[in-house]
Design a binder for this molecule. Structure first.
Ligand code: PLP
Length: 380
């Protein structure tokens, strides 16, 4: 069987050798329940807290702000559900470009009596001034993802938070700002401290860690749990902790941050090669803006084929790319909303495909993809 060439790293990444070895070792050596009070349980608990400590140092935030979850979706949900069930309704500013893990709450918020204001991101970016003009005395929650998973745009989270904080000062009302940083961690440099957000969501499997484990950063003590049960994770995320997953995620985050600069340089180069080749191909439009975008994601559109047809043709040539966000059942529709919010025309949106690079991709692979696309489009 031919090896597939994988360009769908925004959907998930292959687990790294170090993370997999850590997972296997931990499953064998630290299998006890970290809540058990016997020796084996205490050993597991100590590893769990070691991971929290390490992640707190890597992310430069206090240990008690970090909660282990099962994925980024759960980390997002803890924040959303906590507001949803709050005794008082208010307004949430929910950009149209957010992941379904957040936009999926729109209807529920409205049903509960909240106002949900959807913000557009013209040309790919939310505008802090637009956020400012929508803030009101009802606003309780502002969302702004760090890297958009469809387009790769790096959103101006720091500027948006500044606008929110100055509004808070004027009005004396607290507004919670949440960022979904799933596509950013270990890929583009950022600091939670400088961003000054109240909470952030992360996922291990997007950075060569295992599936089924994520992380919530949250400094707002008023946030309440999504589930009921035990007192694990200070009661914010009841349920027995996935210690092997958490240890492997910690190893993956450390590895990704240690190599972030080198990987970024490499992926920038691969992205530039693709852009160069695609810009010389007739009928291809590069949708991802060159400036202020993550080089890990490149969204392009062709006139000749709808995205599902082109992705299928590329699969047949052993390339894995994506026609939308892999995590949503109605991915096509959701991607359409995101792209139209970014002012991509319906025609370009229909032909859009996402190429998401990883640090294990090579020059040969990107050249082969460009050649394959060129062949399908009738040569360059
Ligand atoms: N948020 C963003 C921006 C994503 O890209 C994804 C996955 O594609 C998720 C959340 C969901 O991540 P998980 O699979 O860990 O729930």
């Amino acid at each position: 069987m031919t090896e597939m060439v994988y360009f769908d790293n925004a959907a998930t990444t292959r687990i790294s050798r170090k993370a997999l070895d850590t997972y296997n070792m931990a499953s064998d050596a630290y299998w006890a329940n970290p809540s058990s009070l016997h020796h084996e349980g205490l050993k597991a608990k100590s590893k769990l807290e070691e991971c929290r400590k390490k992640l707190s140092l890597l992310l430069t935030v206090p240990e008690d702000t970090l909660t282990f979850t099962s994925c980024a979706t759960e980390a997002d949900s803890i924040i959303m559900e906590s507001f949803l069930w709050a005794p008082q309704c208010g307004e949430v500013l929910m950009p149209n470009i957010e992941h379904g893990a957040l936009t999926g709450f729109t209807r529920l918020f409205r049903q509960k009596g909240w106002t949900v204001t959807a913000l557009d991101a013209p040309h790919g970016f939310l505008d802090p001034e637009d956020v400012r003009s929508h803030l009101s005395e009802k606003t309780r929650l502002v969302l702004c993802m760090l890297v958009n998973n469809v387009m790769g745009t790096i959103e101006p989270v720091e500027e948006i938070v500044k606008v929110v904080r100055s509004f808070e000062q004027e009005t004396g009302r607290k507004i919670h700002v949440h960022t979904d940083a799933t596509q950013a961690l270990g890929k583009i440099p950022f600091s939670l401290v400088s961003l000054d957000v109240d909470s952030a969501a992360f996922s291990a499997h997007k950075l060569h860690g295992p599936k089924g484990v994520g992380l919530l950063y949250n400094r707002n003590k008023a946030i309440t749990a999504l589930s009921r049960g035990g007192e694990q994770e200070a009661g914010l995320r009841p349920g027995t902790e996935n210690l092997p997953g958490i240890m492997a995620m910690t190893a993956a985050v450390e590895e990704a941050l240690d190599n972030e600069e080198t990987n970024l340089e490499k992926v920038r180069h691969l992205n530039a090669l693709l852009r160069e080749r695609f810009s010389s191909l007739q009928g291809v439009t590069i949708l991802t803006p060159l400036e202020k975008s993550s080089p890990y994601i490149l969204n392009i559109s062709t006139e000749k084929y709808p995205s599902e047809v082109l992705t299928r043709m590329l699969y047949d040539k052993d390339f894995c790319v994506s026609s939308g966000s892999a995590c949503s059942n109605n991915a096509k529709q959701h991607q359409g909303t995101i792209l139209s919010s970014m002012q991509v025309s319906p025609k370009q949106s229909r032909g859009s495909i996402r190429i998401s690079l990883g640090n294990d991709n090579t020059e040969e692979e990107v050249m082969a993809l460009a050649d394959a696309l060129s062949g399908l489009l009738g040569g360059d």
